[in-house]
Design a protein around this ligand. Structure first.
Ligand code: SF4
Length: 360
């Protein structure tokens, strides 16, 4: 097995040289990987391009369910029996007031997500109106996840002020047909090509833990590099009761960190975002994920709840990072329930006899 020079992999990544394939494979699954030097190598790269800033994203599930596609991991798919709240598109008023809330809670980017295969001309026209309204009112970056879309419609959205389009590749080319049959990996790649041609920034990510091999994880990371993804949301598969896909891999906190390090080293300038599964799979190592990653979601995911806003912000602060926002992290924390100075200084609770003598 190859020895890893942690200094060399950081240097290669910083200077735009791809990390050796065998080394990337070893990082993912090999024995004898020194964990702290690996995190440090990834952090050197993260720090060079992003400092110690964390970009906060807030998702708005502006249409939930009613999807005719069969992505087997998704609670909104036609085959899902998950008891989600289904609704057609939210009103403009609701979407705008949620954009205001996201801004007030420190969001850097506001992401509007639709269920469904793609977006019609009518929806694109509606989105143009919404994007303009949000950009006029709040200093937020705006991202839309509209499904499959062609270049012309993307150009129109860009002209309206859209900063970024989200379209995840989700898994590898060879694994795609095992998780979805109603559209193909190639459909997804065509949308990324259209986004590149329109000049929109691309946000495209993956869901780790859906049966892909380590080779395929590296392939996904390289593919996103080829399409110059500015932002890479890293989801770790959460099995939602009622969805057909069962856990394929036993994800551990350490493995998730290894994957984040590989993505950082192979995509040095990208915004690497810890997305769904952060709480479920990284557990007590969540703060360590800030060393390779520079971005995360606040207020949960599409249908799955996440850690509370206050705990996420407190984790960022406690780990010595700060947020990219007009809002100050200390001011945000002070105004959140449970974090006023007097509550923080509340006296320590003393153990009772049942805790002191549990077997008596
Ligand atoms: S991932 Fe998107 S396209 Fe697939 S089922 Fe869910 S909402 Fe539909």
């Amino acid at each position: 097995m190859y020895d890893i020079s942690y200094q060399k992999i950081a240097q290669d990544s910083l200077e735009g040289r791809s990390v050796d394939h065998k080394i990337a494979l070893k990082i993912l699954g090999g024995e004898g990987v020194d964990f702290l030097p690996l995190l440090d190598a990834a952090f050197k790269v993260r720090q060079e391009f992003w400092g110690k800033k964390v970009l906060i994203h807030v998702l708005n599930n502006i249409q939930n369910g009613y999807c005719p596609e069969d992505c087997s991991y998704c609670a909104q798919s036609k085959n899902s029996k998950a008891p989600i709240e289904e609704y057609a598109m939210k009103s403009d008023e609701e979407i705008l007031s949620e954009a205001k809330l996201a801004y007030e809670n420190g969001a850097y980017r506001y992401c509007m997500v639709f269920s469904g295969r793609g977006s019609s001309e009518n929806r694109v026209a509606h989105l143009i109106h919404l994007i303009k309204q949000i950009k006029e009112r709040y200093p937020l970056e705006v991202c839309v996840s509209p499904g499959i879309l062609d270049e012309e419609n993307m150009r129109t959205l860009k002209e309206a002020g859209l900063d970024r389009i989200n379209h995840n590749i989700n898994t590898s080319r060879s694994n795609y047909s095992k998780i979805c049959t109603t559209h193909s990996y190639e459909d997804r790649i065509q949308t990324l090509k259209a986004a590149n041609a329109s000049g929109l920034d691309i946000c495209s990510g993956v869901i780790i833990g859906m049966g892909e091999t380590h080779e395929e994880i590296i392939e996904m990371s390289q593919t996103l590099g080829e399409y110059a993804a500015k932002s890479i949301p890293m989801n770790f598969f959460i099995p939602i009761p009622g969805t057909p896909l069962k856990p394929q891999t036993n994800l551990t906190p350490e493995f998730c960190l290894r994957v984040l390090c590989v993505f950082r080293l192979l995509n040095p300038r990208a915004e690497i975002r810890i997305a769904a599964g952060r709480e479920f799979h990284l557990r007590h190592l969540q703060a360590m994920a800030l060393y390779p990653a520079n971005s995360l979601f606040l207020s949960g995911y599409l249908n799955a709840k996440g850690e509370s806003d206050v705990n996420t912000l407190q984790m960022i602060k406690d780990a010595g990072f700060t947020i990219e926002s007009e809002q100050n992290i200390d001011d945000l924390l002070k105004k959140m329930p449970g974090r006023s100075p007097s509550e923080l200084l509340s006296p320590t609770e003393l153990k009772g006899v049942s805790e002191l003598r549990p077997t008596k």
